[in-house]
Design a protein around this ligand. Structure first.
Ligand SMILES: N[C@@H](CCC(=O)N[C@@H](CS)C(=O)NCC(=O)O)C(=O)O
Length: 219
């Protein structure tokens, strides 16, 4: 893949219409830094991940496409604008190779990678939450709790005689942070029954005090 030359308004509009990322370099022959930016874009266009994302790269003469340059407020060259579906999604003013590289990667492959990995994490969290009818996410495990809140919860659960399983969130930072967001609950321990969050230690103490704990656990 190379950097296409966009030499008319029609060509520009047709090029940037794509739902995949389109990167356009607004350039000028007389500006030395523009050559460097075209080189950066050319190198990026050869990366396999970027190629398979369907991203396209183009360069236009900002003065030739003056209407479009005006529309996108090109005050100086080089300017790089990132488009999706004909709309600007990001831009980099100046020959900042690091910014260009990171923004192109973010908009071409970064999002799809992070979307895929957050889907995977969600599946993992669901599987863990449903691993046992009564699941405790805690610091440490039932034999060695590593936090006073987790220890107290285990003592309470052991007092009920109910069967349960535990997951030590200190062994997995991804689960530790991911579950907080997934369940909208910022602390540990977290107790789940049949895949539903019941709450943390305070809630379990309240259920115990009101006599509802065993029926909640045996639901
Ligand atoms: N009031 C909370 C106490 C639990 C708590 O404050 N846990 C803290 C310290 S162990 C926590 O998990 N912080 C977040 C973290 O460590 O990731 C409850 O009812 O469970």
């Amino acid at each position: 893949m190379t950097v296409a030359t966009l030499d008319s308004n029609e060509h520009f509009l047709d090029f940037t219409r794509s739902p995949s990322l389109t990167v356009v370099h607004f350039s000028a022959n007389w500006a030395e830094q523009c050559g460097q930016v075209t080189e950066v874009l050319s190198e990026l266009s050869k990366l396999p991940d970027i190629q398979s994302s369907g991203s396209k790269f183009g360069v236009c003469d900002a003065e030739n496409l003056s209407e479009i340059s005006l529309q996108y407020k090109i005050d100086s060259v080089p300017t790089v604008i990132l488009f999706k579906n004909g709309s600007q999604v990001d831009r980099i003013d100046g020959a900042d190779a690091a910014q260009i590289t990171s923004k192109v990667k973010l908009h071409s492959i970064g999002k799809s990678i992070s979307a895929a990995s957050s889907e995977k994490l969600e599946d993992r969290l669901k599987a863990l939450i449903n691993k046992h009818k009564v699941m405790v996410f805690m610091k440490g495990n039932r034999d060695t709790p590593r936090c006073g809140f987790s220890r107290t919860l285990i003592q309470i659960l052991n007092g009920t005689g109910v069967q349960y399983d535990t997951f030590d969130i200190l062994t997995d930072e991804e689960v530790r942070q991911g579950l907080k967001e997934y369940s909208d609950w910022p602390t540990y321990p977290q107790l789940y029954v049949k895949g539903e969050l019941i709450g943390g230690l305070d809630i379990i103490k309240e259920l115990q005090a009101s006599g509802e704990l065993e029926s909640t656990l045996n639901a």
